[in-house]
Ligand binder design. Structure first.
Ligand code: ZN
Length: 151
């Protein structure tokens, strides 16, 4: 496994629409493993493949209760609204208040290529929405209502 350099805001790849994964190959497994290692190394709670320079629709999330791997994730329903603070490994030293759905249902392939359904609420729902935004070239600072520099 390997820890990748996390790409920072300003680089074009963060603004591209990532491509769907056509089939879940050993290379995708390697990508998932390296993304998880990179996320844990950076002490983040989520990472999207474009953040390590790979324009594919792959996300890892771990809010502290286990690793979730999402391939080609799609939000199929949203409920409620919560405003809370967010940060991003690609936007260092900045936080912002972002309005997100309180609850989401996400469809995604797992590492076996099986379609899974995730019902997520609160922090993990926020992490899913933030990471899925990355796959469409959207950063939290684009949708934040208040942005502050962290010292
Ligand atoms: Zn991010």
């Amino acid at each position: 496994m390997a820890v990748y350099r996390i790409i920072s805001i300003g680089e074009d790849i963060l603004r591209e629409k990532a491509k769907e994964v056509k089939s879940v190959t050993p290379n995708i497994h390697k990508l998932l493993d390296n993304m998880a290692e990179t996320m844990y190394d950076a002490e983040g709670i989520g990472l999207a493949a474009p953040q390590i320079g790979v324009p594919k629709r792959v996300v890892v999330v771990d809010i502290g209760d286990g690793l979730v791997e999402l391939i080609n994730p799609v939000i199929i329903s949203k409920e409620g609204e919560v405003i809370d603070q967010e940060g991003c490994l690609s936007v260092p030293n900045v936080t912002g208040e972002v309005k997100r759905a309180q609850k989401v249902v996400v469809h995604a392939l797992d590492r076996e290529g099986v379609l899974m359904e995730y019902e997520a609420e609160d922090l993990i729902a926020r992490a899913f929405q933030h990471e899925i935004d990355h796959l469409d070239g959207v950063l939290f600072v684009d949708v934040a209502e208040k942005i502050a520099e962290k010292n």
